[in-house]
Design a protein around this ligand. Structure first.
Ligand code: ZN
Ligand code: ZN
Length: 345
């Protein structure tokens, strides 16, 4: 089968690989019909994720059709259409029992990281009963690919951790796919102000269409002054970091109101400073987490009912054989205006 393989920092190649087979009887082999490239894959390619070793097939998002099941799998059978969660969970370990699937002791974020991922024709999904979601054959697969990772990540790591509440003020730093997913799902809670900060005017235009009340272009205005002006000098109740570099994290520290929360989503590859000399008396909370995908069933309902339409995030489409071009387009998002690139089998 064709698969996109990580070959060390800066290197990737589309290769022929053998079909995956059942390793544990709780595994399912899925024929991938749709996948996508995540900003996290670019972090891996920059060498930011040391757990991902050269030789690994990348990708942790996708939908597909069950091809083969291990003898211990009870919820799925060949031919079933499934949504693949970016998080694999055994459902039994101490972390799974606490709903913290991201830290499952034999799972968590392993797909396209510690084990081969979804940017291939077939993928092995461990703990399949508790890591796949059934979808109907007529489901909108393009929309559902956005539920493997970015929608639950934006919602759980940004909106839930950030305690977005009715009437609150929210700033999202970074209008990439994850920031836009946080923007879409923050609106479940009717915040009074939803400010979006980026340096890409195209992305800010999309944020405006997706419901941002204020778009702040960091290339032309001072974001701290702009947020202070919009919040009568106090800052925002919830500041969501959706980039993953020191400058944007430190910007969040300047934007948070007393009593507020900085909810980090970004994947950080180098250290970022916490300015306690400015923050020690401001009653703020800083949260970090990986997505647990506990909200995936709820998000499936909101997509099915048309409350949110994550398909709007898809800007480009490619066949799996063209995935190298897809990486080029996605990696140059400022020039190409790429958000999510859909890869079809
Ligand atoms: Zn991802
Ligand atoms: Zn577990």
């Amino acid at each position: 089968m064709k698969a996109l393989v990580y070959r060390g920092p800066g290197k990737r190649s589309l290769e022929d690989r053998p079909l995956p087979s059942i390793v544990n009887q709780t595994d399912v082999i899925v024929r991938v019909t749709r996948t996508t490239i995540c900003g996290t894959d670019l972090h891996i390619l920059r060498g930011d994720v040391p757990t991902c070793e050269p030789g690994r097939i990348l990708g942790h998002e996708g939908v597909g059709i069950v091809h083969e099941t291990g003898s211990a799998v009870s919820s799925f059978k060949p031919g079933d259409h499934v949504l693949i969660s970016c998080i694999s969970s055994c459902g039994k370990c101490q972390y799974c029992r606490r709903g913290m699937y991201s830290h499952c002791m034999t799972g968590g974020w392993i797909l396209g990281n510690r084990i081969d991922g979804t940017q291939a024709e077939y993928v092995r999904i461990p703990h399949a009963d508790t890591s796949l979601y059934p979808i109907t054959p007529d489901a909108d697969e393009d929309a559902l690919v956005m539920l493997s990772d970015i929608l639950p990540t934006g919602f759980e790591c940004g909106v839930l951790n950030g305690k977005v509440a009715p009437g609150s003020t929210v700033v999202i730093v970074g209008a990439g796919p994850i920031g836009l997913a946080a923007l879409l799902t923050a609106q479940f809670y009717s915040p009074a102000r939803l400010m979006m900060i980026d340096r890409d005017t195209n992305r800010l235009g999309i944020a405006r269409r997706f419901g941002a009340t204020d778009c702040i272009d960091i290339g032309t205005v001072d974001p701290e002054a702009a947020v202070m002006e919009l919040t009568e000098g106090v800052g925002a109740d919830c500041v969501i970091e959706a980039v993953g570099v020191p400058a944007t994290f430190e910007l969040c520290e300047a934007l948070v109101a007393p009593g507020g929360t900085i909810a980090n989503i970004g994947v950080h590859g180098v250290k970022a400073d916490i300015h306690l000399e400015k923050l020690w008396d401001r009653n703020i909370t800083v949260t970090t987490r990986l997505v647990d995908t506990v909200s995936t069933p709820m998000l499936l309902n909101t997509v099915r009912s048309g409350k949110i339409d994550p398909k709007q995030l898809i800007t480009h489409r490619f066949k799996l054989a063209e995935i190298s071009a897809a990486y080029d387009i996605f990696g140059r998002a400022a020039d190409t205006h790429a958000l999510k690139v859909l890869i079809e089998a």
